[in-house]
Design a protein around this ligand. Sequence first.
Ligand SMILES: [Fe+2]
Ligand SMILES: [Fe+2]
Length: 295
Amino acid sequence: MIYSAEDTAQIERLIRISKEKPLLPETFIPWEEPEQEHHVFLPEQLVSLVGLPIYETLSVAQKRELARREVTQALYAYCWSEGLFSVFMTRYIQDKMPDDLERRFLLCEIIEESRHQEMFAATIKKLGRSPLPVTGFQQWFGGFAVRICPADFAFISCLTVEMLADRYGEHLRQETGIFPVLQKISQLHNIEEARHIIFTKALLKHYTDGAGFLRRSWYSIVVLFNIRFFLGTYVRTEIYRDIGLKNPEKVFRQAFPHYRSRFAQECLGTVREFVDSFQGYNFLTRPLWKWVLKM
Ligand SMILES: [Fe+2]
Ligand SMILES: [Fe+2]
């Protein structure tokens, strides 16, 4: 890809910052901070059952466990998408020369993304609950998107989940009383993710500038699929069963459409702008968006 002289200088500067001022989770995050009764794990606007009558019937302990389990799922989705993004970047730089600007920059990003995955995993351990794995289909599709689909599809997939993760991070950073470990990991992530925006913007422009109607439609569908993927990772019957709700399948049937519409309000702003930026809504894709997200 061709970068302007200004972008090149900026990328060199970012490589320097990555090396000279790394934000290490080991020292940046207060891992020893014990959990307190008043600590919040997930802002209420992101808890799947908030707003449904059943939520009001839960005990304090059940509400706390629900938030703990759902934030664990969100952290798992971050790990998953950052892992895929690292695979994408590795593929992208494979044929570039060792001194190539993009290669050097993306290697720093891969190092940071690896640290983030490790940091999210440590947070999951700290929260003390194992995440529920993605479904077999999701597993297959993730591998298919990154290993077999063209690089641009994998890139759009990763970018979508990154944008959703960023919205979650923003809520976690701003919530008063949030468990300090969650607050600091969100802060660290926000700072470091801002660095690869220059690359993602340039690459997105590169992929979408010359894209025709069909390709733009495909990109739009890939974004939509990833949103559905994120929702499916998060709103889970098993969690409702584990917190002791009777008839968890029924709760799920209420919770999914309910959370889907709240999620559209809370988290989809940036994604919609993104899809608009490459004219991804058209007569083919609009009905699909409406059908999947009921928006
Ligand atoms: Fe990332
Ligand atoms: Fe990251």
